[in-house]
Design a protein. Structure first.
Length: 72
């Protein structure tokens, strides 16, 4: 996968969860973070704040999603 593929994916969806991108591109999350950091430095992507809870009204320990958004 290259940066332009990641860009296209985010432009088309506007927002994407790191896990979704990892599954889509069959790539390690840390590798994707490095690519996303490239776009963040250029001001084209931002990482959205994580929610306080999973949204289900429970006290579970579900993984909070890491969501990125294309800016522009």
């Amino acid at each position: 996968m290259i940066l332009s593929e990641l860009k296209t994916y985010l432009v088309e969806r506007r927002r994407a969860d790191l896990l979704d991108m990892s599954n889509r591109f069959d790539a390690d999350a840390d590798a994707l973070r490095g690519m996303l950091d490239h776009w963040i430095r250029k001001g084209r992507v931002r990482r959205l704040p994580q929610p306080e809870s999973c949204g289900g009204g429970c006290s579970c320990s579900r993984r909070k999603p890491e969501v990125y958004e294309w800016v522009g």
